[in-house]
Design a protein around this ligand. Structure first.
Ligand code: MG
Length: 408
């Protein structure tokens, strides 16, 4: 087990790898603003979960990811990565002196560098790093939280910790103590492995088994990150939620050779490439608007699925009704109902995800309905049995008075 300021090495022989990634962050269904920050700047990936209230938590987490982005090494050097995190801690503590943020603001931070076969991680707080290897998800980092300590002491099970009222109390954060240092981990990874970084808005809303199932089911990292965030929202979205997924797919040496070839392109080719990029950006924007989706309430109060985005973009509407359902918004959990009824609706990554969420709502309401009808029929049976029993008693002894006190 890694300790504060120490290095941790977990051996697994590797063959050489690079990665592609996806990420998504969301305010969630309850919080008014998103205090999480993230950066994906291969080989560096960072998530941070700010705390400190309005206009403070997001500043702390933003200072953390920006400082680490500026100072992190481009190799899996844990000591250099640790120095970047330590400097981020100093910058957060000093920021209020120059009018930025507020004294007492802080943030968690989980920073990873995937350099070929080597993964280096520096972590403070309860934002997590997981590794999916051979289809099994393992938590790499150890939470610096009250409930993690209670689980280690045998006072709570991991399941109880997920719903414990003090689950958000963390025991180490950036921004509080100038001597804070991160836990450090070094791991060798293999082609086919997947790295997950997330804030507790994911890990407190979904169980590890659910996260593992999604990561095994969806190979595309962007779609996978988006689906995980959607899953946290469907489960209630009680906190800001941020997810980074990194696929380990090939050799960094090959990637470097490809970069070397690119540097030899002529100026003419670069101009042509820029023109293509502009066209691609326009196409990409159009494709995004066509791909993304949202759930909103109809005039009659039921859930509708739309392709596109709510409102207008540059004066144009990019919204198309895909499916009308008979699901009453008022029958959904409060947080989901509020999100769907809001002006922006419940935004999701794709129409497919939106339809999956609708199916989950249908199942949930059907289960509630059958549980309630089963309970009513049990009561009716009990009443009928009681009546039959009374009649039988009267027939057996007609001289006895009835319940109303009359004589037969
Ligand atoms: Mg959080």
């Amino acid at each position: 087990m890694a300790r504060q300021g120490s290095s941790h090495t977990a051996g697994r022989r590797a063959k050489g790898s690079s990665a592609v990634f996806g990420s998504r962050t969301d305010t969630g269904c309850v919080r008014e603003q998103n205090e999480d920050s993230l950066i994906v700047k291969p080989p560096l990936y960072v998530v941070a979960d700010g705390m400190g209230g309005h206009a403070a938590g997001e500043i702390a987490s933003e200072i953390a990811v920006r400082t680490i982005s500026e100072l992190a090494p481009d190799t899996a050097d844990t000591e250099a990565l640790s120095k970047a995190v330590v400097q981020a801690n100093r910058n957060i503590i000093n920021a209020p002196l120059s009018g930025k943020g507020r004294e007492g603001m802080g943030t968690t931070c989980t920073a990873a560098i995937l350099d070929g076969t080597h993964l280096a991680i520096a972590q403070v707080g309860d934002s997590r790093a997981y590794l999916l290897h051979n289809g099994r998800l393992s938590q790499i980092t150890r939470d610096h939280s009250l409930v993690a300590n209670m689980v280690e002491a045998g006072q709570l099970t991991p399941e109880e910790a997920r719903i414990h009222p003090n689950r958000s109390v963390i025991t180490r954060a950036l921004g509080n103590d100038p001597t804070t240092t991160p836990d450090l981990y070094e791991i060798n990874v293999e082609e086919g492995d997947r790295l997950l970084l997330c804030t507790d808005g994911l890990s407190t809303m979904l169980e590890d088994e659910e996260i593992q199932a999604v990561m095994n089911r969806i190979p595309d990292p962007q779609q996978c990150a988006s689906t995980l965030v959607s899953g946290a929202l469907v489960a209630g979205g009680l906190d800001n939620v941020t997810v980074v997924i990194v696929n380990v797919t090939g050799s960094r040496a090959q990637a470097n050779r490809r970069m070397s070839v690119r540097t030899k392109l002529t100026a003419f080719f670069i101009i042509v490439l820029l023109a293509l990029c502009l066209g691609g950006a326009a196409w990409g924007g159009s494709a995004y608007l066509h791909h993304t989706a949202y759930l909103a309430a109809s005039e009659s109060g039921t859930v509708n699925v739309y392709r596109g985005v709510p409102g207008e973009v540059l004066g144009f509407s990019y919204s198309e009704l895909v499916e009308e359902t008979d699901i009453p918004v008022s029958d959904l959990p409060l947080s989901a109902a509020e999100s769907i009824s809001s002006e922006q609706g419940m935004r999701v990554g794709s129409v497919e995800e939106a339809l999956e969420i609708v199916e989950e709502y249908k199942s949930m309401l059907n289960e509630k309905k059958s549980a309630s009808s089963s309970s009513s029929s049990t009561s009716a049976s009990a009443a009928s049995a009681s009546s039959a029993s009374a009649s039988a008693a009267e027939e057996a002894d007609p001289s006895q008075p009835s319940e109303e006190g009359g004589q037969v």
